[in-house]
Every structure is written in C-alpha cells, then in structure tokens.
Design a protein around this ligand. Structure first.
Ligand SMILES: Cc1cc2nc3c(=O)[nH]c(=O)nc-3n(C[C@H](O)[C@H](O)[C@H](O)COP(=O)(O)OP(=O)(O)OC[C@H]3O[C@@H](n4cnc5c(N)ncnc54)[C@H](O)[C@@H]3O)c2cc1C
Length: 465
C-alpha cells in the first residue's frame, strides 16, 4: 500500500521501495508503532542517547505514508491551543518556556536534518497571515498586541501595513499581514523518508507493510507486546505514534478525532509570476479565515496549497477514499485562483489525509512506567515541529526517567486529553463546529470581499446563498 499520489511523493529523488515486513518474533527495548515523524524522531533520539538500545519501527505501509509524508510543509512554532488558553491552563511561566522552546525548535529541525544529511528543502522565511477584510485586519492586529502582552518582541511577531507586507509577499485584496519569522517550509516526504534512512543507519530495525493489530501492556514479569500478522515483538516500552489512524486501533476509537485536510499543487510557475507576488524567502502564507488555509512556494516554484473543509466521518472512520473529495479540491482551486488572479497554470496534484484532533486541542506525550505503554500525538494541524519535540521528550522520558529536561517539563508532557464523546454526539459537535467556521467566513466575506470561494463553503455546508 503506497500513499496517495501527492506532489511530495512524485518529486522524491528515487521511487519508494518498501522494506521487508516483520516475519518472526523479535525482542527489543523499544518498539515503535507508526513510521511518521513522531515514530522516526523518537527512534533517532533514542539511538543518539544510547546506541546499544534495541529499537524497532513497525509501519503498516511505508514510512511517511501518513500525514508526515502528505502535509503542507509548514514547520511552524505553532501550538494548537491558543496562547490565552495555554496561559490560563498552565500559567505564564510554562507558556513562556513552551513558546521559546517551540520557536527555537523550528531552526533546530533544519539543523538536525542538515546534520543527518537530509535535504528537506528547509528554508526559514517565516509566515505571512494576510488580512483580506477589515475584520481579519482587526483580529490580526489584536493577536499581535496580545502576543506583545505575553512578552513577544517585534522581531517575533509584527503587523505589517499593506506596502510592508507586499515587500515580502502579496495576495489579492490584502490590507496588510501579520508576520512571524518562526516558521520554515519543508518538503515533507523528503524529510520523513530521509529520516527513516537516518534511523536505519543508526541501527533501528524498520519493518514496513507491517500492520499492528494489538498492543498488550506489560503485566507482572511479562514485557509489553506488539502483535502483527507476521510476528510479535516483546519490548520494555511500546510507543504508539499513529496520530490520525489511532481510532483504527482496538480500544482507541475515542482517543482523538481524525479530521481530513486536503491539498492541491500547481505546475511550476514562471519567474514573472513570482516577481509579482514575492515569497522570495520561502515565506509560508495563509489568510485569517476561520476554516484554515495554508500555502507555500516550493523549491521548484510551484504553489502547494491546502485547507480544511472536508467533513468529519461518523464513528471516527478513517478510509483512503476520504483523502480525496472533489468538492474540497474545487473549493481549494477556486480559493487559490482568487488569492492569485494571475495564476494561470494547471493544478497537477490533489491529495489529502487524516490528522488527529484531541478533545481538548492539546497534544500529549505519555510514558506509563507500570504498563510500558507510551504514546505521542494529537498535534491537529501543527505536527511538523511538535512531532520532533514530542520525540525528544519521549526519548528523555524513556532513557532518563528521573531527570527533568527542557522537553519533559513542557506542560503537555505526561498528560492526556479526555476522550471524545460517544456518537452521535461526536459527529454532531465536530460537524457543527466545521459548519460554524464556514458560516463565520461567509458572513465576514459578505460584509467585506464577496467571493466565489465562500459560495463554495456554503455549498459544502449545505447553506443557501
Ligand atoms: C494534508 C495535511 C496537511 C498538514 N499540514 C501541516 C503543516 O503544514 N504543518 C504542520 O505542522 N502540520 C501539518 N499537518 C499535520 C502533520 O502532518 C502531522 O501532525 C504529523 O505529520 C504527524 O506525524 P505522526 O508521525 O504523528 O503521524 P503520521 O505521519 O500520520 O504517522 C502515523 C503512521 O502510523 C502508521 N500506522 C497507523 N496505524 C498503524 C498500525 N496499526 N500499525 C502500524 N502502523 C500504523 C501510519 O501508516 C502512519 O505512517 C498536516 C496534516 C495533513 C493531513
């Protein structure tokens, strides 16, 4: 089973050949379920701390099959829960520690990849969040003020008036932009595949086409166990790193809600297009609508562009056919052409995949020393940097359980979100939230820029115009 035909997978240097599946019994120190960023960074960090540790990764498809190989390639210092909520829940000191660690983690991701010889097209040009209506401009200015109140400097986050914003990048109807330098663009499939090679070189055993069917906790003197069709693995610790696919595992249906994000990519765009719109330093971009959109200029001068809008599927169902939704693809294309009216090339790729939203919007990293079961995830749409942070925290917790590190004292470590409601409450809640976001965008645009894209949002959510 290979991932959907995305821009990222079709632009790897070499075709992906699956590693052998597990076909025997194995004894290891740490078994990792899931070969995405979380699993692979965890394995790398474990081996760097203790090269003697026996570590294996069990991946049901090929490494990078999940969100890690399909995402928008933003490597941001973002956290899914807003600043105010983090301060309210954990206090200003914990918030400040987390914010600073995430900010430096953007740069460190690039440094780590380069040090390992992985060319992931990392370029830290920051993010422009454009205001395309007065309401968006007011909201973004408020966000900058609030960030300043929490201690951010002008060099961390700033409001740019229209001419200043244009000097970095521009979209239609923009009134200005919020700019932060704390984001890089990457080619996610190059990063995740490169990381899997790095792990292997460090001595991690990787088994692909190996679907885990059951994870059994440690009991009395028996080790924890991972069961697959081809064989089982006994381990001191089992790390579950399955993110949007988690609800497909036994007993995990309500752990996180799988939400779908979908993407499109253009042909390479000519130089005159880029000299008109900018983004010369790899700035990632969005506007401040409620139903999130995200874009990047790729190294080969395409636009890779994605957004939400796909429905939540009843029962937290995860199926490959949900990766493609012609309504959402059409909506994305309409929105992209509206942002860049001079974009006259074809869309060459369309794909999507599941991400994981926890009930309290807070990622988690947990090691249970009694059962030997560990897990990390719940990054919603911000996992590119967070998954590396989580991997480092997991490696610290497993190899140095008695030592507090910068990573293990992050407020989302060793805590878990409560489970989602049973159906149909879950479906009703998530679907209503998605519909409300679309409705808010539509209402705002009626007051400001009326757009064809918003009419599509209305159709998606069943609203009349
Ligand atoms: C379209 C899209 C765009 C996104 N854009 C961004 C972005 O621009 N920036 C950002 O920060 N975040 C983004 N995200 C989120 C980000 O990609 C994820 O948070 C991150 O990649 C999660 O990494 P992971 O390793 O935890 O999970 P995944 O990469 O999903 O890996 C989980 C792995 O587990 C495997 N697996 C599942 N079940 C089993 C099983 N039973 N046995 C064995 N293996 C199993 C899967 O095959 C998969 O490879 C996006 C997500 C999507 C879907």
């Amino acid at each position: 089973m290979l991932p959907p035909p995305s821009l990222w997978w079709s632009s790897l240097d070499q075709p992906v050949v699956a590693r052998p599946a597990l076909g025997r019994h194995l004894d290891v120190d740490v078994a990792i379920v899931g070969g995405g960023f979380t699993g692979l960074w965890t394995a790398r960090e474990l081996k760097r701390r203790d090269p003697q540790l026996r570590v294996c990764v069990l991946e049901k498809s090929v490494c990078g099959f999940g969100a890690s190989g399909r995402n928008g390639g933003w490597a941001p210092a973002l956290f899914p829960l807003g600043d105010q909520a983090v301060v309210r829940r954990y206090g200003i000191d914990a918030f400040t520690h987390q914010r600073e660690l995430l900010r430096r983690s953007v740069r460190e991701l690039g440094v780590a990849a380069r040090a390992d010889g992985v060319d992931a097209h990392f370029l830290q040009g920051g993010t422009l969040t454009f205001a395309r209506s007065e309401i968006q401009a007011d909201r973004l200015r408020e966000r900058v003020t609030s960030a300043e109140e929490f201690g951010s400097k002008q060099s961390d986050i700033v409001w740019l008036d229209e001419p200043e914003a244009r000097a970095r990048g521009s979209v239609s109807a923009m009134l200005g932009a919020m700019y932060t330098p704390h984001c890089a663009r990457v080619h996610p499939a190059r990063l995740v595949r490169g990381l899997s090679d790095v792990d292997e070189a460090l001595g991690v055993e990787i088994f692909e086409n190996t679907a885990v069917t059951r994870i059994v906790p440690r009991r009395q003197r028996r080790q924890a166990e991972v069961v697959t069709i081809g064989g089982s693995v006994h381990a001191e610790y089992v790390v579950r790193a399955t993110e949007g696919f988690t609800p497909t595992l036994p007993g995990q249906r309500r752990a996180v809600a799988p939400l779908y994000s979908l993407m499109i990519a253009t042909e390479p765009l000519p130089e005159h297009f880029w000299s008109e719109v900018g983004f010369a330093h790899g700035e990632t971009f969005a506007d401040d609508r409620h139903l999130i959109i995200y874009g990047q200029r790729t190294k080969d001068n395409r636009v890779a562009f994605g957004g939400r809008g796909a429905p939540y599927h009843f029962g937290s169902t995860v199926e490959e056919r949900f990766d493609r939704d012609s309504n959402v693809f059409e909506l994305l294309e309409t929105t992209l052409r509206e942002l860049f009216p001079s974009l006259h090339v074809d869309i060459t790729h369309r794909w999507g995949g599941p991400l994981a939203m926890p009930r309290d919007l807070t990622p988690s990293v947990v090691v249970d020393y009694d059962t030997g079961l560990a897990s990390a995830g719940g990054y919603t749409g911000d996992g590119v940097v967070l998954s590396r942070v989580a991997g480092i925290a997991l490696a610290d917790l497993i190899t140095r359980p008695d030592v507090e590190t910068d990573y293990t004292r992050l407020p989302f470590i060793q805590r878990q979100s409560r489970r989602w409601e049973i159906e149909p409450l879950r479906w009703l809640g998530i679907s209503s939230a998605l519909a409300l976001a679309a409705k808010a965008d539509s209402t705002e645009s009626r007051r400001g820029v009326e757009s064809k894209a918003n009419r599509w949002f209305n159709r998606l959510t069943g609203e009349s115009e």
